[in-house]
Design a protein around this ligand. Structure first.
Ligand SMILES: Nc1ncnc2c1ncn2[C@@H]1O[C@H](COP(=O)(O)OP(=O)(O)O)[C@@H](O)[C@H]1O
Ligand SMILES: [Mg+2]
Length: 505
């Protein structure tokens, strides 16, 4: 879009009672001090926004004379189409004109807003406007034309390892989220690592306190097995002896039993032997006949025979058992018992040593596990630290590339977009420098030159061409022809205000 100033008419605008400026491609405004050159610069912005050329509210009411109405009209040509805007102040009331038609403030402002952005227009029209804005505003205004480099382009410029790391992470998260995740991880892992270290240390200390025997576990086990074997052998002997003694005892009991029977049999003998043969009935006392007496005699003889056979049998049995007992032997196990009692406790220290060996082994395992945990935690921690470094490096590279992109727009100025903080992180900033000198330290001439370069860049980037007013141009010997109409004011001693619009041939 190209905006051209054609005509500016001032009525009672500050010191100007009635003046018409016909602009050319270049317009020279000359005259002595206080001739009203700068005032002319304020008039177009007053029409558009009611401000001076630096955007401050402006009351142009004349103070040196009476005036009923203050009026400024500006004839513009916007992309070949004429537009007449006017603003007047009458009895402290503002009246707006669009193409000479009185309009409401809202309508008027809408027309102006549709033309161009206020900050952009002021920046293009007045070379000292842009540097007067807040640095954040300057920065965002300039950067809106320079797209920030895409992730892929940034990591391309990073070392291989960082490039791979971020490329993988970008598949899931954006840079800020990656940073949040790993800052949090780092925090947690740092604590976890300290805990893991102290666990390893505690276990190691416990391990060191264990008094493990120098004798290898296998030897201890072999020695114990030897003792156990001996004990078992002796116990088995003990069992066998016990069985034998058991049999011996039971045989003895049997003999005692038969002995008792023999005694009883012996006691019975005199009774049987001396038993009388009766010759009369026991109850009726009638004499028994001979046959009966013979029968009774026979019966006694049979019983005596039976008794003798039985007694004989008992004696034989007793003799047999006694002979058996003769063959047997009662084993005395006292010695064997003592041997076992003496042998068994020899295993106790060995068992204890083996138990300690076991405990030592288990603790060693725990130490190993704790060391593994510790190493894994450290590994994850280092990974997060590395990722955070990548994020930092990414930002630095992104800033560098963006800085280069912005820098490429300028010929003599350098632009600083970032500032490194003490912690190494980048912070946004905005500084325009000429030969390493910040804008605010420049001389008037340097400032004008810097301002013109800046506004030309903005003009190119925004595709908006507007007039530019270079005030106090006497302080500068020469400057590059800016893009758009040029309006220059210069002090010429002793000269009345002179305005010359010059068009190119
Ligand atoms: N509101 C006003 N009414 C009348 N005169 C003013 C007003 N404001 C400023 N002036 C005067 O107008 C004159 C022109 O000022 P200026 O445009 O800055 O001159 P120049 O830029 O040519 O040196 C000065 O003498 C200034 O004091
Ligand atoms: Mg001036």
């Amino acid at each position: 879009m190209q905006v051209i100033f054609k005509t500016l008419i001032l009525n009672n605008f500050k010191s100007h009672r009635d003046i018409t400026v016909n602009f050319g491609e270049r317009t020279d405004i000359t005259g002595d001090n206080a001739e009203g050159k700068s005032t002319i610069c304020e008039a177009p912005t007053y029409v558009l926004y009611g401000t001076d050329a630096l955007g401050s509210k402006l009351d142009p009411t004349p103070i040196t004379y009476e005036a009923e109405e203050i009026k400024v009209s500006l004839l513009l040509e916007v992309d070949g189409k004429e537009l007449m805007l006017g603003r007047s102040l009458k009895k402290n009331k503002t009246i707006y004109y669009v193409n000479e038609v009185p309009s409401k403030a809202g309508e008027f402002n809408e027309v102006v807003e549709k033309l161009f952005d206020k900050d952009l227009f002021l920046s293009l029209f007045n070379p000292s406007y842009f540097p007067s804005m807040h640095w954040e505003k300057q920065r965002s205004m300039l950067l809106q034309y320079v797209t920030s480099p895409i992730n892929k382009d940034v990591i391309k410029h990073m070392p291989d390892e960082q490039n791979k790391c971020l490329a993988a992470l970008f598949k899931k998260h954006n840079l800020e989220d990656i940073k949040k995740i790993h800052a949090e991880n780092k925090n947690t892992l740092e604590k976890k690592y300290i805990a893991a270290q102290s666990r390893t240390k505690t276990l190691q200390e416990r391990l060191e306190q264990i008094n493990i025997s120098n004798v290898p576990l296998e030897s201890l086990k072999a020695e114990l097995a030897q003792i156990d074997k001996q004990v078992r052998e002796k116990e088995s002997l003990l069992d066998k002896a016990w069985e034998k003694n058991q049999a011996y005892n039971s045989l003895q009991a049997k003999i005692r039993n038969i002995q008792d029977q023999v005694e009883m049999s012996k006691e019975h003998w005199p009774l049987l032997k001396n038993e009388e043969i009766e010759d009369s009935c026991r109850t009726c006392k009638r004499p028994l006949d001979e046959e009966s007496v013979t029968t009774v005699k026979k019966d006694k003889e049979i019983r005596i025979e039976n008794y003798k056979a039985n007694h004989e049998k008992l004696l034989k049995e007793r003799a047999g058992l006694k002979a058996q007992l003769e063959e047997m032997e009662f084993i005395d196990v006292t010695e064997l018992r003592n041997e076992i009692r003496e042998l068994d406790p020899q295993g106790t220290p060995l068992r204890e040593a083996i138990r300690i060996h076991g405990e030592f082994g288990r603790l060693q395992e725990q130490v190993k596990q704790a060391q593994t945990d510790e190493n894994e935690t450290l590994h994850s921690l280092n990974e997060s630290i590395f990722i955070l470094d990548c994020v930092k490096a990414f930002k630095a590279k992104e800033a560098e590339l963006q800085g280069e992109k912005v820098q490429a727009l300028f010929e003599t100025l350098s632009v600083r977009l970032f500032e490194e903080q003490r912690n190494g992180e980048l912070k946004n900033t905005f500084e325009i420098e000429l030969d390493k000198k910040p804008y605010r330290k420049l001389s008037t001439a340097e400032g004008i030159r810097a301002g013109l370069e800046l506004r030309d860049v903005l003009s190119q980037q925004s595709d908006l061409i507007t007039p530019v007013f270079v005030d106090n141009a006497e302080s500068i010997t020469s400057f590059k022809q800016p893009v758009g109409q040029l309006i220059v004011s210069r002090v010429v001693a002793g000269q009345k205000l002179k305005i010359e619009g010059v068009d190119a041939e």
